[in-house]
Design a protein. Structure first.
Length: 333
């Protein structure tokens, strides 16, 4: 098992607080939590949002119904908590009414869970995001020389833990295709306002070829047959489903900045390559520049998240097409 940056969750679990652990499906959230539980001294309960009987208990929003479920616990862990109705209010009741209890919840799609827990848990939660394996995490297993030796493999197949540990290239390809189709897209298609996988795939494939370029939402809409607002909504969903990362154009004028086009990067190179079904070696590819740029941007984003380093990220392009690919603004500088 690959250990993660957040391996010791004791640093983040506090009495009468909720630790919210976000991240894409298959990135290792459940593995991280179960590994922690194997060594914890807390009296805990681990449950899943797939447990329908739990929906009635926590969805009731009644303390007299919830209390027997959590009575005597020091730690409650709910995996895929976004599937539980009224989970936000249930968690608020638990952390407000049960002395010294600690809570961990995981969610694969931040648009689902964040919408339910945002207001009820104001001041009662801490949020962590678990990404595909970062180079800073892989340093535990490889020397700098070994990381360099494996670098082209990460450019092609990305950093999902089970993909990294797969023994053959064919196994890696099959795993990435499964993660994309059976997990990432499945989460999005479960939303009522998103219908049809073909248009989602078409949109993502277009973006896969435009990594590093400014994206015109109107142009995307024309190609896939969607209006501007629908394209914007889908891109927002892709970002909250941990498929894409938006990088905005920098301007000293906030109003101008908002009007600027954005660039979009994939949170994992392997998912990007699965979309276009291209796992060829670096030596025979014509998109190596895209792979490098996507890899560097996402590795920096992971570093910022894990360190943590709080910054606003931008690219900068002047009217005469001079460009800086990455700008970090911290404390107004």
């Amino acid at each position: 098992m690959l250990t993660r940056w957040y391996q010791n969750l004791d640093d983040y679990i506090k009495p009468n607080k909720v630790l919210v652990l976000y991240g894409p499906r298959q990135v290792g959230k459940t593995t991280l939590v179960t590994s922690y539980l194997a060594s914890t001294q807390f009296k805990y309960r681990l449950d899943s949002g797939d447990n329908v009987s739990l929906h009635d208990v926590l969805g009731s929003q009644r303390f007299d119904s919830i209390l027997p479920y959590v009575n005597g616990l020091e730690l409650l862990v709910l995996d895929e908590a976004q599937r539980i109705p009224n989970i936000g209010m249930a968690l608020k009741i638990i952390v407000d009414q049960v002395p010294d209890i600690r809570v961990i919840v995981t969610g694969s799609a931040s648009f689902e869970l964040a919408g339910q827990i945002g207001e009820p848990l104001t001041g009662r939660k801490q949020t962590l995001i678990l990404y595909p394996m970062a180079q800073m995490e892989l340093k535990k297993y490889h020397s700098p020389y070994e990381l360099t030796e494996h670098l082209f493999e990460y450019l092609i197949f990305g950093g999902y833990p089970q993909v990294i540990t797969a023994s053959t290239k064919e196994e890696k390809r099959v795993l990435l295709t499964e993660i994309l189709n059976s997990y990432l897209l499945k989460d999005i298609l479960e939303l009522q306002e998103v219908k049809g996988s073909k248009v989602l795939l078409d949109l993502l494939r277009l973006l896969a070829f435009q990594v590093g370029n400014e994206v015109s939402l109107s142009e995307l809409g024309t190609i896939v047959g969607l209006d501007y607002k629908t394209v914007a909504r889908y891109l927002d969903i892709f970002e909250k489903a941990f498929i894409l990362f938006e990088l905005r154009g920098y301007s000293r004028n906030l109003r101008t900045e908002i009007r600027k086009k954005s660039k979009y990067y994939f949170l994992d190179n392997g998912i990007r390559n699965a979309l276009i079904n291209n796992f060829n070696d670096i030596s025979v590819r014509n998109d190596i520049g895209i792979l490098w740029e996507n890899f560097c941007v996402i590795e920096r984003m992971k570093y910022q998240s894990y360190t943590p380093l709080y910054a606003n990220n931008y690219f900068w392009r002047t009217w005469d097409q001079k460009e800086v690919d990455w700008i970090e603004e911290r404390e107004g500088k």
